[in-house]
Design a protein around this ligand. Sequence first.
Ligand code: ATP
Ligand code: MG
Length: 256
Amino acid sequence: MADILTIKNVSKSFGGLKAITDLFFETQEGSITAIIGPNGAGKTTLFNLISGLYKADSGSIFFKNLRIDTLKPHKIPYLGIARTFQKLSVFPNMNVLENIMVGRYSLSSSGFFTCAFNLKRYRKEERDIREKALFWLDFMNIDHIWNKNIKEIPFEKQRIVEITRAVVSEPELILLDEPAAGLNITETKNLIDTINKIRELGKTVLIVEHDIDLIMEISDKIIVLNFGHKIADGQPKDVQKDERVISVYLGKEFSK
Ligand SMILES: Nc1ncnc2c1ncn2[C@@H]1O[C@H](COP(=O)(O)OP(=O)(O)OP(=O)(O)O)[C@@H](O)[C@H]1O
Ligand SMILES: [Mg+2]
């Protein structure tokens, strides 16, 4: 499988604080790569660099051999990269379907003038967006709550809505920042099934998570960050035994 994402010697500082230092790794197309590490290790910063919210101080980022770290953030979704946020991000005054349609509107070609003067084209686009959203609602098993206000549904389902809003743009690469945070064991198991289902479509997933059981179960590769430095990069079974990873993050009991 070809590499879909390449992080090449990327560094990012905030004032005197080095959040990411000389980071490099590759992600294969169709794989699940986990980024783990203690709080403040630079995981979310990495996602912000890939999605263009932050500019790297040095180094470069390639998506399918196209350099993307020089692009404006609003260009990134068009290339086929979507993300969720560590802090749940949903639109509170909309229902589930509308929340998901937003993910597709962001890629819509209709600007103000199309909406105002070319209603026919606008209506067709609106219909297409709705159809796509309904397809993904079904795929993610939340079709039965499509018309519920987002505030009325459980937190777990709100998380799924957020992930659905990312996948509705049909990206090739999906960045999930702590999707299991706040979920119980059963909900986490459901989330694992959902992520596996997304991967089965051939999508590439980059996931930041503190839930080590989830990470061990779904990842093809794990990158471990500590104070912005990569301290391990490999298959779960090897990373689990890595002395440095055990001492700074996993703890002894997990290495057995
Ligand atoms: N916009 C910013 N301005 C200043 N400092 C920042 C900014 N974003 C991140 N940092 C700092 O960079 C470091 C890495 O933060 P980051 O959010 O990437 O960590 P993380 O690995 O995602 O941690 P957590 O597991 O707690 O989410 C932290 O010390 C953080 O305070
Ligand atoms: Mg974070």
